[in-house]
Design a protein around this ligand. Structure first.
Ligand SMILES: [Zn+2]
Length: 186
């Protein structure tokens, strides 16, 4: 078993939506970020990399790299998910808290859990997404930004496959194939 934790914060800026766990959520403000500013996925990636002791998301995807400008953060998550499988681990469970006054996340939580479970190759029941406010206190309370905290527990699985996917859709298929096979093997 390995445990990891991650945190991510972005300031609100101009825009009309935020992206959280890959879900586009209409909002009167966007977030200031090099990528799509998905705090949920960024915190989760850092938790995964932390559990594997493989550095942090800034090391794997430098914000100075033009390739990651406006990139979908699901690409980052798939990369981390692939590293996890290659190291011989699978998700036992993940627990994520998002801190903001707005937008309200309750209507989007199931879609968020679904995206994360798909990218991580685990059951939706292994993924928890919670939302809280900071009671109008601090930068989240003043509506200046949004924060997410993630904790993951990884369990050792049989085998450490070498992934050969060339793009994200191939990687999703490969992760799904490997994890479904593992379930069938019991
Ligand atoms: Zn971030």
């Amino acid at each position: 078993m390995r445990i990891g934790q991650g945190i991510d914060i972005h300031a609100f800026g101009t825009g009309d939506h935020v992206v959280l766990a890959g879900v586009h959520i209409a909002h009167e403000r966007g977030v200031m970020a090099h990528s799509d500013g998905d705090v949920v996925i960024h915190a989760l990636c850092d938790a995964l990399l932390g559990a594997l002791a493989l550095g942090d998301i800034g090391h794997h995807f430098p914000p100075t790299d033009a390739r990651w400008k406006d990139a979908s953060s699901r690409h980052f998550l798939l990369h981390c998910s692939g590293l996890m499988l290659e190291q011989g681990y699978a998700i036992a469970n993940a627990d994520i808290s998002v801190v903001c006054e707005t937008p309200k996340l309750a209507p989007h939580v199931e879609a968020m859990r679904c995206n994360l479970a798909a990218d991580l190759g685990c059951a939706i029941g292994a993924i928890s997404v919670k939302a809280t406010t900071s009671e109008l206190l601090g930068f989240t309370g003043r509506g200046e930004g949004i924060a997410a905290l993630a904790v993951v527990l990884l369990e050792q699985r049989q085998g450490a496959p070498v992934l050969s996917a060339k793009d994200d859709s191939e990687l999703i298929a490969e992760i799904s194939r490997i994890t479904t096979q593992a379930e069938m093997d019991g």
